[in-house]
Design a protein around this ligand. Structure first.
Ligand SMILES: C[S@@+](CC[C@H](N)C(=O)[O-])C[C@H]1O[C@@H](n2cnc3c(N)ncnc32)[C@H](O)[C@@H]1O
Length: 222
């Protein structure tokens, strides 16, 4: 039984994504709503921001059912390597089915809590997380782990959602309820600010009336 707030939040993640992992086609369908029909554009932009080269090693934190794999496979080529990390075994099962179906044999999947990520340091050319950090209870520790596993000049790219700031902000209370319940989303996190604190730099680009951002930080010698 979960005994503290973080354990309870992880339990919620497990429950919510156990459902989505069992119905990956439903998850793909809700992608259209979440991204206002611009999922392909925004996901591919996020991967481009990592500036990966053929043969590179990339970590995807909270990879879910593998919605970003096609862009990552294209970026690193057959000689590259993709490590997909996620807390939900059901989402990873869906991701495995996807990569097997496509014959992508340079992907490895690992289950665990990203806040406890234990991978050798300075190892990856890039790290990606799409709609992951906002759902991860230990998100600040996770961003620090992302910093640790990058090589110097390697990039962390986080693509995530935020609330409306303009005339549509009356929808925010409803969005908070729906996405908290069905996606374990926590809109109160200031992800770019934390990235800046850890990396010393962040570049942010907004999409979809400001409801999506792509934040990029580079690991510098400090
Ligand atoms: C909205 S989904 C995003 C999945 C995928 N990145 C995408 O672009 O579709 C959020 C993902 O975060 C994962 N997640 C939540 N908390 C986590 C944690 N503590 N460690 C690792 N993954 C976590 C969930 O299991 C889920 O797959």
């Amino acid at each position: 039984m979960p005994n503290n707030s973080s354990d309870k939040k992880l339990e919620k993640v497990k429950k919510v994504y156990s459902f989505w992992g069992k119905f990956p086609y439903l998850y793909s369908a809700q992608d259209v709503i979440t991204f206002f029909g611009r999922a392909k554009i925004i996901r591919s932009q996020a991967v481009k921001k990592i500036e990966l080269k053929i043969g590179d090693k990339v970590l995807e934190v909270a990879c879910g059912s593998g919605r970003n794999f096609s862009y990552l496979v294209e970026a690193v080529g057959k000689g590259g390597f993709i490590l997909g990390f996620d807390y939900s075994q059901e989402m990873l099962d869906a991701a495995q089915q996807l990569y097997k179906r496509n014959g992508w044999d340079n992907i490895k999947l690992v289950q665990g809590d990203a806040a406890q990520l234990k991978i050798s340091k300075d190892n990856f050319d890039g790290v990606l997380s799409v709609l992951g950090i906002s759902a991860i209870p230990g998100w600040e520790k996770t961003l620090q782990r992302c910093y640790d596993v990058l090589r110097l000049e390697g990039k962390l790219v986080v693509c995530d959602a935020c609330l409306f700031t303009g005339f549509l902000n009356f929808l925010n209370p409803l969005l908070k309820i729906i996405y908290s319940r069905f996606a374990a989303w926590d809109s109160s996190k200031n992800i770019p600010e934390k990235m800046k604190e850890i990396f010393g730099n962040v570049n942010v680009k907004n999409f979809n009336l400001g409801t999506f951002f792509i934040a990029t930080s580079v690991k510098k010698d400090r």
